[in-house]
Write a protein that binds this ligand. Structure first.
Ligand code: GLU
Length: 288
């Protein structure tokens, strides 16, 4: 069989059950992949044990199933990839593409909030602490498939950012890029809360000499401007027993024409056939 030319993914963190805000990213990425006859993968981003809620990963998967959002291949758990992340870090350190940093949050605040690279200049170099990448690429702009030309401030773009935290946990930016690269993701579809992370991720794709995917950011549901909808601020609960209502509501948020309320498989099939990216609102936030 020919490899699909489109591979998309949904990559939830198991910090709680799937709520209506995350359903938008799940459904949007699913519809985009299926309307390209592509693959849709699910990856559980469980690299931050203190933020994890026991049972949440399974709960998210069961909810996706009851919504008819069936994924391809097997679910990838980031917690199974720690050796790969460490190997990559060792290589970067060896090649002097990364360095240890012991600066405290307070010191970074005193630098104006963005790290000035000072530990990277120490001779001899430090041999413990957080790990930062030497950011030579300094991506400041990218083209989002839906949102268009995006830019970040140039001092943010230049920062040597953290790829392993001081507490020993692997940073989201490192894990997400290694996984998207190794899973062959061709387009990343997710919420606009991660727009600025994208420039960091492009830096890493380039540093690793891997193919940079396309980026497509969907409007983020917010409780109020700048405050992402979450469990804590009244995200409408989604019901595993009655997925039809939430699917219809999520399609409406995504600007898609309504589908007949039916079995979820039929609803998703109809939504896939009707899917039009240009109907998705172009604003970065939607206040519920
Ligand atoms: N795990 C991240 C989250 O749940 C999403 C990562 C991504 O889509 O790149 O917010």
């Amino acid at each position: 069989m020919q490899a699909p030319s489109y591979i998309g993914r949904f990559a939830p963190s198991p910090s709680g059950p799937l709520h209506f805000g995350s359903l938008i990213a799940a459904l949007g990425s699913y519809l985009r992949a299926r309307s390209h006859q592509g693959k849709w993968l699910v990856r559980i981003e469980d690299i931050d044990p203190p933020r994890e809620v026991p049972g949440a990963a399974d709960g998210i998967l069961r909810t996706l199933e009851s919504y008819g959002l069936h994924w391809d291949d097997t679910v990838l758990y980031q917690s199974q990839r720690l050796n790969d992340y460490q190997e990559q870090l060792n290589q970067l350190l060896q090649q002097n593409q990364a360095y240890y940093c012991q600066c405290t949050r307070k010191q970074i605040q005193a630098m104006g909030g963005l790290y000035d690279g000072r530990c990277g200049k120490l001779v001899p170099a430090l041999d413990s602490g957080a790990i930062r990448v030497r950011n030579h690429t300094q991506t400041a702009h990218f083209n989002d498939v839906h949102m268009g030309a995006m830019s970040v401030a140039s001092d943010f773009a230049c920062e040597d950012f953290i790829i392993k935290r001081r507490d020993g946990l692997y940073a989201y930016q490192l894990a997400v890029v290694m996984d998207d690269a190794d899973q062959g993701i061709t387009e990343v579809v997710r919420g606009c809360d991660l727009l600025t992370s994208t420039v960091r991720q492009i830096d890493l794709f380039k540093l690793f000499d891997r193919h940079v995917p396309q980026w497509l950011h969907l409007p983020l549901l917010c409780a109020e401007p700048g405050r992402k909808l979450s469990k804590q601020n009244h995200a409408p609960a989604i019901d595993n027993q009655a997925p039809q209502a939430s699917i219809s509501a999520a399609l409406q948020v995504l600007g898609q024409p309504p589908v007949d309320v039916d079995d979820v498989t039929i609803m998703l099939k109809q939504a896939t056939e009707q899917f039009q990216l240009n109907l998705v609102p172009r604003q970065q936030e939607i206040i519920l």
